[in-house]
Design a protein around this ligand. Sequence first.
Ligand code: BGC
Ligand code: BGC
Length: 642
Amino acid sequence: MIQESSLRRLGAVCACAALIGSAASAAPQTAADAVNPQNWPQAHSRGLVNAATEARIDQLLARLSLEEKVGQIIQTDIGAIVPEDLRRYPLGSILAGGGSGPNGDERAPANAWLRWSRMLRAVSLEPRPGHTPVPLLFGIDAVHGHNNVFGAVIYPHNIGLGAAHDPELVRRIGAATAAAVAATGIDWTFAPTLAVPQDVRWGRSYEGFAQDPTLVREYARAAVEGLQGPPELAGKVQSGKVAATAKHFVGDGGTADGVDQGDTQVAENELIRLHAQGYVSAIDAGVLTVMASYSSWRGQKMHGNRQLLTDVLKGRMGFEGFVIGDWDGHAQLPGCRSDRCPQAINAGVDMFMAPYHWKELYDNTLAAARSGEIPASRLNDAVRRILRVKFRLGLFETARPYEGRMELLNSSENRSLAREAVRRSLVLLKNGGALPIRASARVLVTGPGADSIPMQCGGWCVTWQGNDTSNADFPGAQSVGAAIKQAVESGGGRVVDDSDLSGENRPDVAVVVYGEQPYAETHGDLQFALFNVGEPLTQLKRLQRAGIPTVSVFLSGRPLWLRPQLDASDAFVAAWLPGTEGGGIADVLIGDAAGRPRHDFSGRLSFDWPNGSYPTGTTRAGEVRGDSWPAGFGLRYAPRAQ
Ligand code: BGC
Ligand code: BGC
């Protein structure tokens, strides 16, 4: 076991960003640094602005009262509102946060979600004296499938999709997810995350596709087009499309020491080169919304950074959709509170995400609009952008043919798409010949992850943290253990337990499934990027001593240093957070009865993975970096084509 004192030493001597991050980073600056918009890439919001729609927006804007305009720029959570409230507070939008569900029930059936979407929408469209009907926009974090909704197929988290190196796969998953979201009457997903994580101690690393901006830039386009449809086709809810969100603008993956919501201290050119690339292609692909980041750039919170939100994003980068704040993110600005923050709107946030004190926020924002503290031009621009998105999505048309098509949440097509994604995401880091496994073999499947859908899913799975669920929360899902059992039994083999390591039930091979417990956001932040859980290592060593070949299947949201486990494994597979379809893992690990592969590995790391020996006090910075599998690495059964 690694001792606490050694951990500290590791922190003191190792400067490998992927392993522990830059421990000796510069002190945060407090003053905002100047931004040079002309240094930023140009982009163009394709498909967002056209004369006919802008004319309709003009007409509608002219009819809205100041109260209704202020309502448009506020979003609250379904847990904080009842439909009746909308008659007094004409909000423009509702979200379901990671911990929210209809009637406060995170496990509500899909049709309860649809009932709520319809109920809330109906109030927004009600003909009432003094009320201009404007359809409500309903958003949710469908970040790896429609993951908040009980029973939906869950796809691998983004880090696994990054390992697949296949934008087309991301596009297909986006399209399947959009259709599932539209089926529940929801119009908008807070995805894709375009973070480019530079320090895997960050608890949101798994939400990022890659450490390299090139892949993120390519995936951003694919994800947006999958969710929204290609810009020239003007994807609408009528065709099973939803609005996407490029998030979190900008620099969320670059915070010092990987601290969630922290400070990104890089120079402007690094902010552009590393962290802004995904936004270029997302905007070009017509992304309808961008979410401001909780994080700061060089000491200034992004929700208040007018230069970056307005001059760069909406100016130089040509973004014509709207900027949504993050969950109570405005409250973190100096001088702001949950219930009052004209500063965020004036900086360029177009809609508050306001789960707390939203009624007071409405009153205070109205007062700021009346007094001119929020200029009329700024308010009108924000409302125009929001209405533009609503028109583009077809929310003013009453037909919603995808609503109620609940089979889209868990059809067999979706399950096989997710299973394919799992197969493609797996990265083989080591294989001394234990893989592939003969389907006619006696196979031991063990370890804390062998039968745990929550561990396969990670955070953002039915619940926000994903750590308070059980297999019963995922009807139709298949665990890795169950999938291996099925594959082996259909090939004439069988699954055995570990009670007899020498007799006639002696396993021919052992698969040990283990990894990180689920987490989301700040809860996943680490001080050291090490895997330090003893039980699987003890199991691996015991099996090795008995002469049984060992295969590690590691479920994690990021690369972690785990040299002792690697040494105790004959084969090691990085399986990331694969979601509900454990079958994809069995497809690749278990061959046919003769041991020929049924599917080869094709995944390659999209992050460096440290594999060095444990650094000693004399290790110089740089030596540790050399000792890692670099991004791009991944073994196969067949020799790689030249
Ligand atoms: C996260 C966002 C998410 C929002 C709504 C925030 O805490 O940072 O990524 O979209 O919550 O759930
Ligand atoms: C919500 C999440 C949100 C988080 C932020 C949770 O209760 O469900 O969506 O990101 O709070 O604190």
